[in-house]
Design a protein around this ligand. Structure first.
Ligand SMILES: CC(C)(COP(=O)(O)OP(=O)(O)OC[C@H]1O[C@@H](n2cnc3c(N)ncnc32)[C@H](O)[C@@H]1OP(=O)(O)O)[C@@H](O)C(=O)NCCC(=O)NCCS
Length: 148
């Protein structure tokens, strides 16, 4: 399956994919709600998903994932390359996102493609540790400038 623009027809696939990769996955309703906004854009294939919010000359990455069985094959890099191309074609000046400070694969991915660390949000994520206790983790802010 090649990359499709995410629309209502794919929300089941999107929710199933999201559940493979996040502790608190978004369900079908949440995808429908996001897609009802004119600012939401997304791309999907059978093993990866990218959802963004595009407002004027800025894009925020809402979620990006690759199914665990298909990681390490350059799929996320391709998704982001596609997004940067879309951004340049649509006069977007910057793409930004938040990432858990402990998410090494994602941080390496963003740095490899040229995102710069631009800030930190202390105690941004509330998560459970291995003993089931709630803990708070910082988020790093990353920004990619398209230089258009
Ligand atoms: C982060 C994620 C999207 C990467 O997807 P992927 O398709 O495996 O990534 P790619 O194969 O395109 O890798 C591109 C680069 O990302 C980095 N990377 C990917 N997986 C990595 C890992 N396990 N450890 C360290 N760096 C990693 C590397 O820099 C890699 O480049 P390299 O292959 O030259 O070393 C994937 O691990 C995932 O879905 N994780 C769960 C969801 C998630 O955390 N999303 C991000 C939320 S902010």
């Amino acid at each position: 399956m090649s990359l499709f623009q995410l629309n209502e027809a794919y929300v089941d696939v999107a929710a199933a994919l999201h559940a493979t990769s996040f502790e608190h996955p978004w369900d079908k309703k949440e995808f429908l709600s996001l897609l009802s906004l004119p600012t939401t854009k997304g791309w999907i294939d059978d093993s990866s998903l990218l959802l963004v919010s595009h407002v004027l000359d800025e894009i925020e990455i809402l979620t990006i994932l690759v199914h665990p069985n298909f990681r390490g094959q350059g799929k996320a890099f391709s998704l982001l390359t596609h997004l940067i191309q879309y951004a340049k074609q649509n006069n977007v000046r910057q793409i930004f996102l938040e990432v858990n400070i402990q998410n090494t694969p994602a941080i390496s991915l963003y740095e490899k493609i040229g995102f710069q660390k631009t800030g930190i949000r202390k105690n941004y994520y509330k998560m459970k540790d291995e003993r089931g206790q709630f803990v708070f983790k910082d988020a790093l802010l990353y920004t990619f400038l398209t230089h258009i």
